[in-house]
Design a protein around this ligand. Structure first.
Ligand code: NZQ
Ligand code: ZN
Length: 391
């Protein structure tokens, strides 16, 4: 069991009617705020009006960055940072899903960078010591970005999508009101739920670490929460209990607590970021397609016990099955959940993806190390084989 430091600095306001605290929290950092949001959902659901009213009450001067894309582009980050520098912004407010929050983290860093191109920071060519403070109002339960310190930014000209951890980029405050997720489509709800599960799988559950049993058990409970409530939210978007459980599960899947002390590559995420980089697909859907195929690929006598345990504890698989049969039944149950219960299409070809770029994507997924090390060690040839299983 590894030693670890646990600290999560994000203050969370959870539940209905918490937005009344937005003004007091944002104005702690100054008077000028950059309000960033996506393609317009926050206007359609009436949240934009509520947020701007609270900011006005607090006497904030508001500058806006609209149109942050899903899989946010570094050029959009550059535009946001340019506003911050030009207007002397004190605090960045992200209202939206993971893409908007991620863009804001990179904006908050680039605003402190003497250069103008955020890609320099994302690629590690340059660095900053400080970021502007970030506050978030979350509208989609999935990424955990509302309570973690990382972001993922895309460079569409280069077909690259990279993780970036600016200094001190944890949101200072996040507002988590489940009613703000009532309008998330069944498709985005299903994809987001697959993302939550994948964070637990990739960061910790399916790994080689000698992990604390307490953490394994909590991981299983959070996974079970998603298995219980995602189908409810897919069918009935306005079910508060389901939306609240998914929202809090998403934050806790990636806020550090569930993977204390575990260091491993995030295998399906490394593969999925290549799919998003080349084909701009929905992150959680890519993970849903990859995860069961990856598990089938790495299944052997050594990996089977934890795969079997997952099936028994989370998916209701018969515990009397033998080791390999139990593990296979677990993978089948996960597939059934993702592709039948949640209704996600199961193949990359369903998303218009063929094998043309698989070799290049597999190489990039393995990065400078040339391999991915988590549950098992995978080479580019292994990754290419897993992509092919998903076709
Ligand atoms: O752009 P708008 O109009 O807001 O619409 C969005 C978008 O089309 C819509 N949406 C969001 N809230 C809504 C809503 N529609 C109706 N009602 C609402 N309340 O949903 C679509 C997807 O939004 P997006 O923000 O892209 O989704 P998500 O939260 O899944 O974020 C995905 C991004 O986060 C990255 C992913 O790679 C991807 O780029 N990730 C970030 C992580 C992190 N920071 O730690 C970790 C994750 O593993 C992930 O990689
Ligand atoms: Zn993810």
């Amino acid at each position: 069991m590894n030693s670890f430091i646990f600290a999560n600095p994000t203050k969370v306001y959870f539940g209905k009617d918490q937005l009344v605290h937005l003004g007091e929290e944002v104005s702690r950092f100054g008077k000028k705020v950059l309000l960033a949001y996506g393609g317009g959902s926050i206007k359609r659901i009436g949240l934009y009006d509520k947020v701007t009213a609270e900011l006005a009450k607090a006497g904030m001067t508001v500058f806006e960055l609209a149109g942050v894309e899903p899989n946010p582009h570094h050029t959009t980050v550059n535009n946001g940072a340019e506003i911050c520098k030009r207007e002397g912004i004190d605090v960045v407010l992200a209202v939206g899903g993971g893409s908007t929050i991620d863009a804001c983290k990179a904006i908050a860093a680039t605003a402190r960078y003497e250069g103008t191109d955020s890609w320099d920071l994302v690629t590690g060519k340059a660095s900053v010591k400080k970021t502007l403070p970030i506050v978030t109002v979350l509208t989609l339960a999935a990424t955990g970005s509302e309570m973690d310190g990382g972001c993922v930014i895309s460079n569409v000209e280069k077909n690259e999508k990279l993780g970036y951890f600016p200094p001190n980029a944890y949101p200072r405050v996040s507002f988590l009101d489940p009613t703000n997720t009532f309008t998330v489509s069944p498709y985005q709800t299903a994809s987001g739920s697959a993302d939550i599960m994948s964070h637990i799988f990739d960061m910790a559950y399916f790994g080689n670490s000698d992990e604390m049993d307490m953490l394994r058990r909590i991981q299983e409970e959070v996974l079970s929460t998603v298995v219980k409530f995602a189908p409810v939210a897919v069918k009935d978007g306005s079910n508060y209990e389901a939306r609240a459980n998914l929202m809090w599960a998403a934050s806790w899947a990636l806020n550090g607590f569930l993977y204390d002390g575990i260091v491993q590559d995030v295998v399906c995420h490394q593969m999925e970021h290549e799919l998003s980089a080349f084909y701009d697909i929905t992150h959680g859907h890519g993970l849903a397609i990859l995860t069961p195929r990856w598990l089938a690929y790495v299944l052997n006598e050594e990996t089977a016990p934890i795969i079997k345990r997952f099936g028994e504890r989370v998916m209701g698989v018969d515990p009397t099955l033998g080791l390999m049969d139990g593990a296979k039944a677990s993978i089948a149950a996960l597939e059934k959940f993702l592709f039948e219960t949640l209704g996600l299409k199961s193949r990359l070809s369903d998303l218009g993806i063929d094998d043309k770029n698989f070799a290049a994507m597999a190489k990039k997924a393995c990065g400078a190390k040339g391999k991915i090390e988590s549950f098992t060690t995978l080479t580019p040839a292994d990754i290419e084989a897993i992509f092919r299983m998903c076709l």
